[in-house]
Design a protein around this ligand. Structure first.
Ligand SMILES: CC(C)(COP(=O)(O)OP(=O)(O)OC[C@H]1O[C@@H](n2cnc3c(N)ncnc32)[C@H](O)[C@@H]1OP(=O)(O)O)[C@@H](O)C(=O)NCCC(=O)NCCS
Length: 191
């Protein structure tokens, strides 16, 4: 399968956020996000230390999207083009009607309901446009904000996977969350 077979990454809107495709011009804001220890505390790779890592990341995703279906969004405020966070749908298996969601928000935007506002259109797209039935989230159980965020959206904690990740010399567990189409009730709107 090639990129021509996949939908383009669509522009979507939530309360106080806009989602658009990740682009080369996002390199500095993406580097700021992934080099911030607060953002990376529970992430699946260590904090970036060089801008080149952001350049390579964007280039790699563009290459992978030639052969693999996933939707890498950048979140911005509605009146701005500047990245304030990211949201992606990946691990898509149409034969099983499932996918995985991941997200991060710059710390200055935490606590305003924007993370929920970012998930809302991405999940609507997953269920309504991609016709998926199940979305998973793989969360470090110590990441309380992320656990609460998905629980508010209707995700259920379905499993606990021990020592699933090795990151920066440490070991992290996974709380595996699942959201079925029938569970989806939307998430809190932004303030
Ligand atoms: C996960 C993330 C997107 C959540 O965004 P946010 O703006 O902090 O989300 P909210 O303000 O809606 O908080 C979600 C809930 O967690 C609670 N919370 C936030 N930080 C908390 C903390 N340190 N301890 C306990 N509860 C916390 C909030 O009170 C809220 O609870 P409520 O639903 O009962 O009101 C954001 O924290 C983030 O980008 N973290 C870094 C990247 C990351 O870990 N991504 C997820 C990987 S699985």
């Amino acid at each position: 399968m090639n990129a021509a077979a996949f939908l383009p990454v669509p522009e979507l809107a939530g309360a106080g956020v806009r989602l658009r495709a990740l682009a080369a011009r996002d390199v500095d804001a993406l580097f700021a996000l992934h080099s911030d220890a607060r953002v990376m505390r529970y992430w699946s790779f260590t904090a970036w230390t060089a801008r080149e890592q952001a350049v390579e990341h964007i280039a790699r995703l563009a290459r992978e999207r030639e052969v693999m279906e996933f939707y890498p969004w950048v979140a911005t405020r509605p009146d701005s083009d500047t990245l304030i966070g990211t949201c992606s749908l990946f691990g898509i298996h149409h034969e099983h009607a499932r996918g995985v969601i991941g997200y991060a928000l710059a710390p200055q935007f935490w606590g305003r309901g924007l993370a929920g506002a970012m998930l809302q259109p991405a999940l609507d797209f997953a269920f309504d446009t991609l016709d998926l039935n199940r979305i998973e989230a793989d969360i470090d159980p110590l990441n309380i904000a992320s656990c609460k965020l998905v629980e508010r959206a209707g995700f259920q904690r379905e499993g606990y996977l021990r020592e699933r990740w090795r990151v920066g010399g440490g070991v992290q567990d996974t709380a595996l969350y699942g959201l079925l189409r029938m569970d989806w009730r939307g998430v809190a709107t932004a303030t």
